[in-house]
Design a protein around this ligand. Sequence first.
Ligand code: SAM
Length: 266
Amino acid sequence: MKIEFQETTKDLAKRIDIHNKFGARDIDAWMLDLINLQPGSKILDVGCGSGKQCFSYYDRLNGNAAITGGDVSENLLQQARDEDARRHSGMKFVHLDFNKPFEFAENEFDFVSCCFAIYYAENVPFTIGEMHRITRPGGRLFTTGPMPENKKIFYDIIREATNKPIPPMPGSSRYSSEFLSTIKSLYHKVEVHIFENPLTFTSVEPYIEYTRASMSEDRKLWSTFFQSSGDFENIIHSITEAAKRRLDQDGRLVMTKVVGGFLATK
Ligand SMILES: C[S@@+](CC[C@H](N)C(=O)[O-])C[C@H]1O[C@@H](n2cnc3c(N)ncnc32)[C@H](O)[C@@H]1O
């Protein structure tokens, strides 16, 4: 399966910022409590983006760990490296395409994570197989991704505004099915944890900012919606009107993120 996807620094930062401002819960705290990292661990975060999870691991362990982040986007890696230099944290941020063999030795890591990224993998058994290969026996894999009921209102509003079917999202359409079953087939113990985070909007502007950063033409996932120039702004206009109608009716828009955390032991 070819995944037409490209993340931009600006859109990722915007979505992280809106989660922080409008979400009721802190996903980093949930994840850190769940994974209970051990001091001195050798850790790899795959699809690290600008380093969000790497920095949270570093802070939780007070720097007592060897942490590497890998991503395919040079822009996002550069952001992570700049932040690492600013903090003097000494982590490594390396180019890694999870559709290709990982340049790490067998059994090299105690802990491998992949947060909101694994579902962009084109060949699921291959990518999970690589993660499994580089994890030591008894070591763990942790992944996060959207469950099928994730952000229901977001998709409902787009359907209402456009009368178009939503293109299959590589995350919510595959994460809890194909990815979970592949992880179960390779690891000897797998726990499934659910994190729900309602984002509450009482005005339409930040909701539309989130929509723009999610549907951005740069991300390609929505390309069937945008055939000619001008389509993007026209669709955003219709979504704004639909979101305003719901806001007028209910006084607020509540978009609940429903995230699955899969914790697997090799
Ligand atoms: C939604 S972002 C999540 C980033 C980060 N983990 C976070 O939570 O902020 C998805 C990430 O997956 C990365 N990605 C997509 N395809 C990839 C691939 N083939 N190999 C490695 N990383 C990839 C993107 O560049 C992006 O950084």
